[in-house]
Ligand binder design. Sequence first.
Ligand SMILES: [Zn+2]
Ligand SMILES: [Zn+2]
Length: 156
Amino acid sequence: MEEPIAAEAEAIVRSLLDEWLTPFERECLACYLQRAVSAFGCDGHRFAKRYRDLVAPRATALERRLAASGGHCDCEFLMNAVEPARHLWVPPVPQRPAAIDDDGPDGDELDGLELLEPEPPDVMPRCAGVRLGSTQPCSNWATLWRPRWLPGRGWY
Ligand SMILES: [Zn+2]
Ligand SMILES: [Zn+2]
């Protein structure tokens, strides 16, 4: 009688997956994609479509919009269309090394400054939340994409 147990285990795994792959309440598209793609890898617009279906069913042009912003798949969206907001970079604000005195940096004081070059965070904080039905990223993200005019094709 192993089969029922296997089937049961499979059902549990599937429901855990479903839970994992369901956007949190008010979770934005970017945070959701980041979470889903880092756990399951990229598979076209699989997760963007799922987000749309579950959260923003009226965003019928979502995939086209993502593609126009450089996101021809979920991971490209994360690479090309958004980046972690600057306040999350480490260090979060440009910090003046203790070695630099009040008359500004000069000479030796600048050595080692590159160690303080801010970097994007390894782990994104929990989503800051967006309006229900929105496909905009939350305040944890900066949008790299700006509308642009393509000759013969109009605004993208
Ligand atoms: Zn991809
Ligand atoms: Zn978010």
